[in-house]
Design a binder for this molecule. Structure first.
Ligand code: ADP
Length: 319
């Protein structure tokens, strides 16, 4: 293999640059040229790319976002778009692709692999909802951003006898809400994976209020319920004044944590090595601190849940 392509696609996450850097440096080390397509599958369709030398990835490891930019590309979801993408890649002499992104981007990667283009996926998603890796690139940074914000909110919450409902990202996966609840000492985590009874939650918070505890923090994953709906159900039932913070896009930004930089560097290197060994249609992931390859069919066909132990821990420590 003499020429490979790389894209970052879908929702951006911090650490994507570290992954791109590792892909480029590993490929160059193996005598391969790297085409960095811009704006995910859109760049593959319009033939917009830059040839990446090691200077192109210097000074990027500490930067959030993605130097290749990212996009959601509807055209690539169509059969005509997919045919055009593969034909563009073959036309440019690209012999393998590394796709860095979330669940949707990896679905696209699997389509490309099915059409004969060798592809390896790298999981990057702050939601940490991708099977085949204990954690995906960006989730740790997002968690640190959330915890930093909640620590600040707790200062004001305790000064005013307030309950704060804090909405975090996570469409189908409550990883960020559950883990940040543990790390921030929140009283409640509302996540999509398990049922929740707002009546019982209200009773618990009211009991806390009566005991004279000065604040309560409720973490809610956007996919479970909006913070405003939770407020509607809890207001006038818990004693505390309620305030809402929706952390929104703040969670995607920021310089990647050391953990994300190292994870992304390891996955980037392994993705290129896998491609050069002739692997395709697979994703690299980190499981129990080892880098493993999993078929994209299995990755995309399996639902990843928050660890039950973590859910129990949020419950025990929130009491
Ligand atoms: P993420 O990768 O963060 O989950 P999206 O779900 O928006 O983000 O997917 C990113 C892009 O991946 C989409 O805009 C589209 O180009 C491509 N994609 C998503 N789902 C599919 C699919 N089922 N088949 C082909 N391409 C897809």
């Amino acid at each position: 293999m003499k020429r490979i392509g790389v894209i970052t696609s879908g929702g951006d996450s911090s650490g994507m640059n570290a992954a791109v850097r590792a892909v480029v440096k590993t490929a160059l080390d193996q005598g391969c040229e790297v085409y960095g397509f811009l704006r995910g599958y859109t760049g593959v369709l319009n033939g917009k790319y830059s040839i990446m030398d090691s200077r192109a990835v210097s000074g990027v490891i500490q930067r959030g976002g993605t130097i290749l930019q990212s996009a959601r590309c509807e055209e690539f979801k169509t059969e005509a778009g997919q045919l055009k993408a593969v034909s563009n890649l073959f036309g440019l002499g690209v012999e393998g692709m590394v796709v860095i992104g979330g669940d949707g981007s990896l679905r696209g990667a699997n389509v490309l692999a099915g059409m004969g283009m060798p592809v390896i996926g790298i999981p990057a998603s702050i939601d940490n909802d991708i099977f085949g890796t204990d954690i995906s690139i960006g989730a740790d940074t997002a968690l640190n951003v959330i915890v930093g914000a909640v620590d600040m909110i707790k200062d004001t919450a305790s000064s005013h006898d307030r309950a704060f409902i804090i909405e975090v990202m996570g469409r189908n996966c409550g990883y960020l809400a559950a883990m940040s609840a543990i790390a921030c000492g929140a009283e409640v985590a509302i996540i999509p994976e398990i049922g929740f009874d707002l009546g019982k939650i209200a009773e618990r918070l009211y009991a806390r209020f009566k005991e004279g505890r000065t604040n309560s923090i409720i973490m809610v994953a956007e996919g479970a319920m909006s913070a405003y709906e939770v407020e509607n159900q809890l207001k006038d039932r818990i004693g505390y004044d309620i305030r809402i913070t929706v952390l929104g896009h703040l969670q995607r930004g920021g310089s990647p944590t050391v953990f994300d930089r190292i994870l992304a560097s390891r996955l980037g290197r392994s993705a290129v090595e896998a491609l050069l060994r002739g692997e395709s249609g697979k994703m690299v992931g980190q499981v129990k601190n080892r880098i493993v390859l999993t078929d994209l069919d299995e990755v995309l066909g399996t639902c990843k849940m928050v660890d039950l132990e973590m859910i129990e821990l949020t419950d025990i420590l929130g009491r």
